[in-house]
Design a protein around this ligand. Structure first.
Ligand code: GDP
Ligand code: MG
Length: 162
C-alpha cells in the first residue's frame, strides 16, 4: 500500500507550493490569494526512494462561511483519508488562532501529525520556530517549500514507518 500524506493548514501557508515540490507538477493552484485551492487535489509523490500519494487542501481559516466552509470540510475529509498528516504553519507570520484550532482538531484525530514550519528561507530559523512550540505538537520541522529546503529531510522522517 502506498502511504497517503495530507497537507493541512490555514490558507496561504504554502500547502500547494509543497504539493508541487512533492509531485513536480504545476497543477495545484498556487497564488497569493488566500484559499484559492477549493477542493482536495491528489498527486503522485516521489522523492528519492519514497513513493506516496499527497493530498492538497484548500485550508482551514477558522472563520468558515460559504465556500470557506466547503474548503474546511474538504480538509477534514483529507485528514480522514490520510495515513499521515503534515500540519503546515507559516514561519513568517507566526502563530495564528486558526493554527490552534487546527491543532485541536488534529489532536482529536488518531492520525500521526508532523508539524511543519514553512517559509523559513532568509529568516532566523530559531525565532521563526519559537512561536509554534506552544501548539504542543512535538518536534518542529523547518522547511522552505518554494526553495525545496528541508523537504527531503522532512519526507525521510515522515516515511520512516512505511
Ligand atoms: P496555500 O494557500 O497554503 O496552498 O499556499 P500557496 O502554496 O498558494 O502559497 C501562498 C504564498 O506563499 C505564495 O505566494 C507562495 O509563493 C508563498 N510561499 C510558499 N512557500 C514559500 C516559502 O517556502 N517561502 C516563501 N518566502 N514564500 C513561500
Ligand atoms: Mg493552495
Amino acid at each position: 500500500m502506498i502511504p497517503v500524506i495530507a497537507l493541512v493548514g490555514r490558507p496561504n501557508v504554502g500547502k500547494s507550493t509543497l504539493f508541487n515540490q512533492l509531485t513536480r507538477s504545476r497543477d495545484a493552484l498556487v497564488a497569493d490569494y488566500a484559499g484559492l485551492t477549493r477542493d482536495r487535489k491528489y498527486g503522485d509523490g516521489k522523492l528519492g526512494e519514497h513513493e506516496f500519494i499527497v493530498i492538497d487542501t484548500g485550508g482551514i481559516s477558522g472563520d468558515e462561511q460559504g465556500i470557506d466552509e466547503k474548503m474546511a470540510r474538504q480538509s477534514l475529509l483529507a485528514i480522514e483519508e490520510a495515513d499521515t498528516v503534515l500540519f503546515i504553519v507559516d514561519g513568517r507570520h507566526g502563530l495564528n488562532p486558526a493554527d490552534e484550532m487546527i491543532a485541536n482538531h488534529l489532536r482529536r484525530s488518531s492520525k500521526p501529525v508532523t508539524l511543519v514550519v514553512n517559509k523559513t528561507d532568509g529568516i532566523n530559523e530559531d525565532i521563526a520556530l519559537a512561536d509554534f512550540y506552544s501548539l504542543g505538537m512535538g518536534e518542529l520541522h523547518p522547511i522552505a517549500a518554494s526553495h525545496g529546503k528541508g523537504v527531503h529531510v522532512l519526507i525521510d522522517k515522515v516515511m520512516l514507518p512505511y
